[in-house]
Design a protein around this ligand. Structure first.
Ligand SMILES: [Zn+2]
Length: 330
């Protein structure tokens, strides 16, 4: 339920809009492409980032037929002018919708929306629904503002109304500049970002006010579930700081949202399953990026988890999160 894709061909948005550091691709002779942020090199990516057939056969290697695709978080562009971000988001969403139309048994699509402008975001959500995407991917913070901010609530409300699933993905990691060495933004910052998002949505009452909103947190919920004891204790010992917008104990929400299985550690996954129940842990890969579970659930298949738990993680949890029927993929 967690893979990233980008169109092979895109406009040079920075030139088109005349400002900013939008991402564009510079294709290389060796078949790879450099992701350029404005004029600066960001990272080198391979064909599996855009080639739908390579992606399908890579997945087949690990007996996996269907992948939920969404954009690469650096494409969110929440910092841009709303109309420009809306245009960029529409372009990316149309690309994914068209892919899903061509390969309905292999691809499921999540869109992206201009979170910096509530009205534009809701407009694009409505369009996303009309072009056949089943949900939306949202960053863990929006220009450093937390998802508990009231201005984001109508967006979540629209997701609930339109019956669109929400995936929360860490990005623009807190402390990035202070810990560039050792890949710490990815190893330390990302799990913290996801916990920041989960705590914000719980303490801000988003999950409480929208009980039908189907939210999935990336990377097994980051550090949220492993530190739930601390979070709950904080809620109990300092309600004056923590329980100011929602009086419900954060532990009450376990099993009400979804997380993916990307833990790289069977004991960690068992702990997550214990917290969430197997219907709330979806097989995630973060394909095609190196920090992902690129053997697509092999460590789960080889574990001593029950057949039922494995079946739940491998398909039922994701199908339930996205309200899809397994038969559609036979
Ligand atoms: Zn990811």
């Amino acid at each position: 339920m967690h893979t990233h894709i980008i169109p092979k061909l895109m406009p040079n948005w920075t030139e088109k809009f005349g400002y900013g550091k939008f991402i564009h691709l510079e294709h290389q002779d060796n078949g790879t492409a450099n992701m350029m942020q404005g004029g600066q090199f960001f990272r080198n990516i391979e064909e599996n980032c855009w080639d739908e057939n390579i992606r399908i056969s890579d997945y087949e290697t690990f007996s996996t037929k269907v992948q939920v695709v969404c954009t690469i978080p650096v494409m969110f562009s929440y910092w841009a002018k709303p109309a420009d971000c809306a245009a960029l988001s529409s372009f990316l969403n149309d690309h994914i919708a068209e892919l899903v139309q061509r390969y309905p048994k292999n691809y499921i699509g999540l869109g992206t929306i201009p979170m910096q402008d509530t009205e534009e975001a809701i407009k694009e959500l409505e369009r996303i629904k009309s072009i056949g995407l089943v949900g939306v991917q949202i960053g863990s913070n929006i220009n450093d503002e937390n998802l508990s901010e009231e201005k984001f609530f109508p967006i979540f409300e629209a997701c609930s109304r339109l019956d669109l699933a929400v995936m929360i993905h860490p990005w623009q990691m807190m402390g990035f500049d202070a810990m560039k060495k050792y890949w710490l933004p990815w190893l330390v910052g990302m799990p913290a970002e996801t916990s920041r998002a989960a705590c914000s949505m719980i303490f801000g009452g988003v999950l409480e006010r929208l009980p039908n909103l189907r939210v999935c947190f990336s990377h097994a919920g980051g550090s949220f579930l492993p530190t739930i004891g601390r979070i709950e204790h904080g809620f109990n010992c300092r309600p004056d700081l923590v329980a100011i917008d929602n009086p419900i104990n954060p532990r009450e929400y376990l099993g009400k949202f979804w997380v993916d299985s990307i833990t790289h550690d069977i004991d960690a996954l068992k702990y997550i399953l214990n917290m969430q129940g197997s219907k709330r842990v979806c097989l995630g890969s973060d394909y095609p990026f190196p920090l992902g579970d690129l053997e697509i659930g092999k460590f789960i298949e080889e574990s001593d988890l029950s057949h039922q738990e494995i079946e739940d993680v491998f398909s039922h949890a994701t199908l339930e999160w996205l309200k899809l029927d397994k038969k559609a993929f036979y």
